[in-house]
Design a protein around this ligand. Sequence first.
Ligand code: LLP
Length: 404
Amino acid sequence: MSATLTEEQLRTIAAQYGTPVYVYHAEKITEQYTLLQNAFRKSHTRFFYASKALTNINILRHILSLGCDIDCSSINEVKLALHAGFEKDNILYTSNGIAFSEIEEAVALGVKINIDSLSNLEKFGKKYGHSYPVGIRLRPNIMAGGNLKISTGHEKSKFGIPIEQLDTILALVKENDLFIHALHIHTGSEIKDVSVFMKVAGIFTDLVPHFPEVRFLDLGGGFKVPYKEGESGTDIPLLGQKVAEIIDQLSATHQRSFEAWFEPGKFLVSECGYFITEVNVLKQSGQTHFAGVNSGFNHLIRPMFYDAYHRIQNISNPEGPLRPYTIVGNICETDTFATDRELNEVREGDLLVFYNAGAYGFEMGSNYNSRFKPAQVLVSKDQTWLIGKRDSFEDLLRNQVLVL
Ligand code: LLP
């Protein structure tokens, strides 16, 4: 039985904490991590949670308690990981387009680093030479992922060092005596097809002979989770089996042990999250029935930014007749969550829940229109905690400097 929160639990939370509110279910995260643990061989696979998906400190601490490591995309995420209690050896900083000073800071903190530009690689070599192992983030020129905005490996992508620059990389490594311990390729998010990861593994197999000190092959994140009813995600057991074969093969060929690294974000925290909103207004125009909720792209931008689909339910009227609604927000922009979506009859004041809202939901939120960011609640072992307060009016003014 999959760990889920019932509609009744969600209604109780909405009554207690108000709306809009994000709710996270710790046991679902545990369940997802256990799936990974069961599918991959522990001796040669390491998981670094891509914390950009959701950085609430309690979520980080729960993930730490599972024995999972952490991947960061900024120096502040590195500091949050340390603050949450992760050991520096278990923190990976996969950077893109950052100033060298941030890399120096990461070295001072002692965490693992993946570098994504020739210029930073050169600066790194000049400063640290062979004294600090480092990974190289490559761009493989593979088009993959749910949509172009979340594809990072194609030939027009800003991410990583283009693989056709291998000769320059090798010259830099040699000239500066760099200690390259890892190769990294993340092709994008929502990669359903296991063969994409295998293509990456094939590239690593070709590259390994050029890098005699590489032991870690980082295939990034991007495991797909089902957003739509009836959709399936990445076949994790199959991926585990294929990765085992490749690692065994490489270890035998090169007489050194290799590890596969992964950086799952969505896979660990997407399905644990529920976003509860309340219907402010109903409006009819021609055939369209608008249900306007007390939220907008300031709280959940994925539908507008990526055309992402989130399952939505009216948990206040679960037996009501099904009717099509266009669900919109209250932001002074076109912030449509869903068009002509069948919902149980909606009345003003009803609670609409967005599912799979744990990853890149609250985390991509903002205060646009001077609206408050929502509260965040954690459910674990049937206990409920407030883990993020709703903004207050003071928060809107906190960093403003009054000069007039
Ligand atoms: N590793 C790297 C280097 C990444 O850039 C990302 C995501 C991940 C791992 C985690 O990917 P995941 O397992 O979560 O798919 N905000 C978008 C997703 C883009 C995330 C950017 N990088 C969304 O809401 O769909």
